[in-house]
Ligand binder design. Structure first.
Ligand SMILES: *[C@@H]1O[C@H](CO)[C@@H](O)[C@H](O)[C@H]1NC(C)=O
Ligand SMILES: *[C@@H]1O[C@H](CO)[C@@H](O)[C@H](O)[C@H]1NC(C)=O
Length: 361
């Protein structure tokens, strides 16, 4: 969910976790339904044992040791070294899979939202606003969150357990057994394309005002090419060590970067996703996920297109709270969770009038 930058959400999340972990301690006085414990139990781990094993472990995949001999390997950041050594490892088992009804019958629009395990607050907010599973103009919209496992060993088991709860409650979790880090987002992308091809081949359009997306997609055919968002072109790979987007030549070669759509979210058709999946299988992983999709498109002989309704840099401040400024947009960044909910509600009020246009309820 790189495309929804809510800087303050971490604070909210921390508060939620504290509430959850403190609650069992403050309820010692036997709430209704709980047997009165004669003696407090010795401190136990929280959460309790998982009810089901988290699925098979990843098959061992040998490191490509010849990569370690590349010039400059030693001084690369750890994540890029890992990519060179194990970038060919792509078989990561699924730990949590949404129920089959997610894709049967195939939805018209599948929102596939990259999320990190700790970002529960963001997921909850998406679930009750633009990601709400519903019919839009009679067409079904469904939602999945794409996740790996938390890279922090100390908290990973708890976050895995959280995802299990979310999966049970909402049926919208797709989790693989790999470390959910920035440089593994390309891996997430590739695994998702594979999952989609296998489990959801009938979907018409994938990815994130969702009502407007449905309207935009309405007269397009899922078997024709569509890949649209905020178009970026003429930007080379970042060669500055220390940048989050640093990609040295040893990793990606000397080539320039083809036109691509910024990772803030995009719309793609079934046909294009199939072509991307095939191309991804033949390419080395490029560390930046949105650029990687651009490389896949290039290989498939397809071009991305620009859509003016995608505002990954947010709206100008003066317009940020104006619902009418959002009427024609597909996707906006830099909206806080609480702002999103208010905007979503306002946009769906039957009486909302924008300019001379009137939105029916
Ligand atoms: C191993 O690394 C070398 C050097 O980066 C590369 O040329 C080769 O294609 C890699 N092999 C595999 C299987 O990825
Ligand atoms: C990607 O995930 C794998 C599997 O969990 C892990 O070994 C590797 O270090 C991760 N790569 C990066 C760059 O974080």
């Amino acid at each position: 969910m790189r495309w929804l930058r809510w800087p303050r959400v971490e604070a909210i999340l921390a508060a939620c976790l504290v509430v959850v972990t403190v609650l069992p301690l403050t309820l010692r006085g036997a709430p209704p339904g709980c047997p009165a414990a004669p003696e407090p139990d010795p401190p136990s781990t929280w959460p309790p044992e998982l009810p089901s094993a988290p699925g098979p472990r990843a098959a061992p995949c040998e490191a490509n040791l010849s990569a370690a001999a590349l010039p400059g390997f030693e001084v690369l950041p750890a994540g890029l070294r890992a990519l060179l050594l194990r970038g060919h490892c792509r078989a990561f088992p699924l730990r949590l899979d949404p129920p089959p009804r997610k894709c049967a019958p195939p939805p018209f629009l599948l929102l596939a939202i990259k999320s990190a395990p700790a970002h529960l607050g963001r997921r909850q907010q998406v679930r009750v606003t633009w990601g709400l599973e519903r019919l839009v103009a009679g067409l079904p919209l469904r939602r999945v969150f794409l996740l790996g496992s938390d890279p922090e060993p100390a908290r990973a088991p708890r976050l895995d357990r959280l995802l299990q709860l979310e999966a049970r409650e909402h049926g919208d979790i797709l989790q693989w057994d790999f470390h959910d880090t920035f440089l593994n987002l390309t891996l997430k992308q590739v695994l998702f394309l594979d999952w989609l091809g296998e489990h959801c081949p009938g979907v018409s359009f994938v990815f994130a005002h969702t009502d407007n997306m449905v309207a935009f997609l309405g007269d397009r055919h899922p078997d024709s090419h569509l890949f649209t968002s905020h178009l970026i072109q003429g930007v080379g790979p970042v060669r500055a060590l220390g940048s989050k987007y640093f990609v040295p030549e040893v990793v990606a070669g000397r080539g320039s970067v083809p036109p691509y759509c910024g990772g803030g979210g995009l719309l793609a058709s079934r046909a294009t996703l199939g072509a991307l999946r095939r191309a991804a299988g033949a390419l080395r992983l490029f560390p930046i996920d949105d650029v990687f999709l651009g490389l896949c498109l290039q290989r498939a002989g397809l071009r991305p297109s620009a859509h003016p309704g995608v505002r990954t840099a947010g709206l100008p401040r003066a317009l940020a709270h104006d619902p009418c400024a959002h009427c024609g947009l597909l996707l906006v960044h830099r909206v806080l969770p609480w702002e999103t909910w208010l905007l979503w509600d306002t946009l769906h009020r039957p009486g909302l009038r924008c300019g001379r246009r009137e939105r029916g309820g």
